[in-house]
Design a protein. Structure first.
Lengths: 114, 115
């Protein structure tokens, strides 16, 4: 299995709360990604990073924010959670270089906002 | 914009049999990659197989092989000698070479393996 870890795996929070989903990888990968996946649906890229201090928004608009202060760490934050944010969030990473490099995924964080 | 279409929401195969999962995509680019990812229930998504668009030869990984038809923009996955552990969601994905590995996914096919 890949060395990429997400916490928490499952979280139920109330509307308006601030939450941070943690993602860490020990493979030294420069590229990291956050995907959002509703149950039974496809994944949509919401954030990505080429390296430290680099962050870009993905194809799907998201109210979340990310930071990349360390190579191994790529947390995602929701300042004020809403029920529409209920989803699974998948963190991923890949080595620098070509597009064909394998992208490794974490186990995902299931977020439920009530 | 690139799109990936998986027209089979669910498929079922008997153990030891062969099954083919379909995927079509739309792109105006000529240099890209295609992938099949497997997502077991509550487990990590893992790469099954990848295909580089400029390679005519179909990729093969053990029991998994693809049928890549570039002109038809088709990329099907064949699983031979199916095993119970093959049961999962399978996602077809596309990445343009110039987009730093950003993947566009299809909606997935849920594969059931029966005894």
């Amino acid at each position: 299995e890949a060395d990429i870890y997400q916490t928490p795996r499952y979280l139920v929070i109330g509307t308006g709360k601030k939450i941070t989903l943690e993602c860490s990888q020990t493979m030294g990968h420069d590229k990291m990604y956050w995907y959002q996946q509703d149950p039974g649906m496809e994944l949509h890229l919401i954030h990505y990073s080429y390296g430290v201090n680099s962050t870009e928004k993905g194809d799907l608009s998201s109210e979340s924010t990310v930071s990349r202060i360390r190579t191994e760490h790529f947390p995602l934050t929701l300042e004020s959670a809403r029920p529409s944010h209920t989803s699974q969030y998948l963190c991923a990473s890949s080595a620098a270089g070509g597009t064909g490099n394998t992208i490794y995924f974490g186990e995902g964080s299931w977020l439920t906002v009530v | 914009a690139q799109t990936v279409t998986q027209s089979q929401p669910e498929m079922s195969v008997q153990e030891a049999e062969t099954v083919t999962l379909s995927c079509t995509y739309d792109t105006s680019e000529s240099d890209y990659y295609l992938f099949w990812y497997k997502q077991p229930p509550s487990r990590q998504m893992i790469l099954v197989i990848r295909q580089e668009a400029y390679k005519q030869q179909n990729a093969t990984e053990n029991r998994f092989s693809v049928n890549f038809q570039k002109a038809a923009k088709s990329f099907s996955l064949k699983i031979s000698d199916s095993q119970l552990g093959d049961a999962a969601m399978y996602f077809c994905a596309y990445a343009y070479s110039g987009t730093a590995s950003k993947l566009t996914f299809g909606t997935g096919t849920r594969l059931q393996v029966t005894l």
